[in-house]
Design a protein around this ligand. Structure first.
Ligand SMILES: NC(=O)c1ccc[n+]([C@@H]2O[C@H](COP(=O)([O-])OP(=O)(O)OC[C@H]3O[C@@H](n4cnc5c(N)ncnc54)[C@H](O)[C@@H]3O)[C@@H](O)[C@H]2O)c1
Ligand SMILES: [Zn+2]
Length: 363
């Protein structure tokens, strides 16, 4: 088992990664000070059907353990479910010394984390991620729920006490979720670990290579990229923006195509390719766009949809939370492993998007 230390201005905690990571859970809870009074496990229906019993069975503690299971899917990261969990927690007598365990992917991690951040002004929580994508979402302390008017619009910064990445839980993950999470792994290599990038190209030819030791190694390299950025910038004032690589167009695609019609990672993969395509033009250098495009295609990432209206995409990109006073700010790549945030005019983005659409069709 590997242990990765996460240091933020407000807290230090460990991420345990490996085949037996779940064994840490009870130990960590027993050692918490002040002592944990009782526990609320939060999960979604799919994850619960595979893994809830195992987690409950490892919790050999003299404490009440309650569980609350919500339906699966991004639309369940809602105010209604947030409120329902709070009601359940109050009914079951949770108090300021209770602990929340989030068992699931980013949806559950964000929702359960936001419950923990706000229940009685904030109680402790532990993340038990079950998706590859959650190597990103479980680290960093951003927790939130969605509003019908926008994703992640209501949230907080609340760091977990620990993250238990029990890798066997990922065995039940469907292929499209592997691909979605892998886009964030690639992102972490692009923005901060060129060695990881070369290793992935050599060692992960298909998504089924992401098992056992290779999965553990991948997590062990990708998580510190995020952790390092978060340590420097816990509340998102500067370098944390690098994590948005591929996300300006990615988010716009998710919004325009409708959430659920494209996974987050597929959107980010297209967004990263566009960022590389544009970076080649702006920095006038070869960043291996074509080669990287072929590499992405081999994993099954889709092409840029040719039917989407470029003007609308530009409008949506301007409304992105990370845009600055209506100017599109994109993370561009200077070289693999090195990125920067750049303001770009609408016209430049529009022309580049048109060229990108044509280019993607021609490959
Ligand atoms: N807080 C952050 O910093 C941060 C960063 C990135 C993404 N996010 C959030 O993360 C969410 C996306 O995360 P996600 O992709 O993990 O989504 P998710 O939690 O919805 O999981 C995707 C699907 O996989 C299923 N699933 C999860 N684990 C499984 C398993 N082990 N076996 C079988 N099925 C399983 C889920 O039921 C769901 O249907 C979004 O809400 C996004 O906003 C947050
Ligand atoms: Zn993302």
């Amino acid at each position: 088992m590997k242990t990765i230390q996460i240091q933020t201005g407000s807290k230090q905690y460990n991420v345990y990664v490996g085949n037996h990571a779940l064994l840490q859970l009870s130990k960590i809870i027993e050692n918490m000070k002040p002592a944990v009074s009782n526990i609320l496990l939060i999960s979604d229906e799919t994850v619960a059907s595979f893994h809830l019993d195992e987690v409950k069975n490892t919790l050999q503690l003299e404490k009440d353990v309650f569980s609350f299971v919500i339906p699966s899917g991004e639309k369940e990261k809602s105010f209604e479910n947030y409120y329902a969990v709070q009601t359940f927690a109050l009914e079951k007598g949770l108090d300021r010394h209770s602990l929340i365990i989030a068992l699931g992917g980013g949806m559950i991690g964000d929702l359960a984390g936001f419950v923990a951040a706000t229940f009685m002004r904030g109680i402790r929580f532990v993340q038990v991620p079950t998706t590859l994508l959650a190597h990103d979402s479980a680290v960093g302390g951003k927790v939130a729920i969605n509003h019908p008017l926008g994703k992640n619009m209501i949230g907080a910064f609340h760091q977990p006490e620990a993250v238990i990445y029990h890798t066997p839980f990922l065995n039940s993950l469907p292929e499209k979720e592997w691909r979605s999470g892998f886009a964030e792994v690639i992102k972490h290599s692009f923005i901060g670990d060129v060695e990881l990038y070369h290793w992935l190209r050599e060692e992960v030819k298909t998504l089924t290579d992401l098992r056992d030791d290779k999965l553990i190694y991948t997590l062990q390299r990708a998580i510190p990229v995020k952790a390092k950025i978060v340590a420097e910038d816990e509340t998102e004032k500067g370098v944390r923006a690098y994590l948005n690589f591929g996300h300006t167009l990615g988010h716009a695609l998710e919004k325009e195509m409708g959430y659920g019609n494209i996974t987050h990672g597929d959107g980010v993969a297209i967004g990263m390719l566009f960022a590389i395509f544009l970076s080649e033009q702006i920095y006038e250098k070869d960043l291996q766009y074509r080669e990287i495009k072929r590499w992405f295609t081999a994993y099954g990432y889709p092409n840029m949809p040719s039917k989407l209206d470029v003007n609308r995409l530009v409008q949506v990109m301007k409304q992105d939370k990370k845009a600055n006073g209506g100017t599109i700010r994109m993370v561009l790549m200077q070289e693999i492993g090195v990125v920067d945030v750049v303001s770009i005019s609408d016209e430049t983005v529009r022309m580049a998007l048109e060229a990108f659409q044509r280019e993607e069709e021609s490959i």
